[in-house]
Design a protein around this ligand. Structure first.
Ligand code: MN
Length: 235
């Protein structure tokens, strides 16, 4: 018996590897331009910018398996493969030295981006929300607990589309390592259990097409495989 005037929405969640239990999602934070080579391919100087953040709705996270929908209102859907950090605890002004104690586990996901809409938003100094935070914009693998994978620091991260490598890098190329990312975000908001962090993408971002087969992996940590769904009918 609840006091809600409509049925309460379901709690968004993501699978846990080797378990029927799921990880509940509170919020999704994303780091912009956290690999120098990707910052350069987007026309920015990685040495002169502090980290910046944006968000996606919690229910933008979908399983990176089977078929993932191609979204409406774009003809330039970009893949950004990223390690995903899942928090079991929160806090404000977390010191980098304590930050990894907040982590429950890790996965790998895609920060899907309607790059054409983002370009317009940048040009017109408008928000990125609808370029970044649309339905199913955050496909994510099952999560693996720290007890199984530790805290990955230098693993290879890559993305293949139809068997061809599109993106690759190593985690130690992150301008701001995971502990620093957690610490930075916690200066602006109080982090909480259930928060996910998409930790930035290596170079090689590009467009996905309907029917593409997509494989993403962080070596020794997590992997996913899915197919991009058909293009939606445009109104
Ligand atoms: Mn990204």
């Amino acid at each position: 018996m609840s006091d809600f005037v409509i049925a309460a929405p379901a709690t968004p969640s993501v699978a846990v590897a080797g378990s029927t239990a799921r990880f509940p999602i509170r919020r999704v934070f994303c780091v912009g331009r956290n690999y120098a080579a990707h910052a350069r391919e987007m026309g920015k100087d990685p040495d002169r910018e502090p980290p910046f953040f944006f968000m996606k709705p919690a229910d933008a996270v979908v399983a990176a398996q089977g078929t993932v929908a191609y979204p409406p209102a774009t003809s330039d859907l970009h893949h950004e493969v990223e390690m995903v950090v899942a928090l079991k605890a929160g806090g404000s002004n977390v010191a980098p030295e304590q930050a990894l104690e907040l982590v429950w586990g890790y996965g790998v996901g895609l920060d899907l981006t309607r790059r054409d809409m983002q370009a317009v938003a940048k040009e017109m100094s408008r928000p990125w929300d609808f370029a970044k935070g649309f339905d199913a914009s955050a496909p994510c693998s099952a999560l693996h607990p720290v007890s199984a994978v530790g805290h990955p620091a230098d693993a290879r991260i890559w993305l293949e589309v139809n068997g061809a490598t599109r993106q690759q890098g190593t985690l130690d190329e992150m301008i701001w390592p995971v502990a620093d990312v957690i610490s930075h975000i916690s200066r602006f908001v109080e982090l909480a259990p259930g928060d996910l962090i998409f930790s930035g993408t290596p170079a090689g971002v590009g467009a996905l097409q309907p029917g593409d087969r997509v494989h993403g992996e962080v070596a020794g940590v997590a992997a996913f495989d899915f197919e991009v769904g058909p293009a939606p009918r445009q109104p």
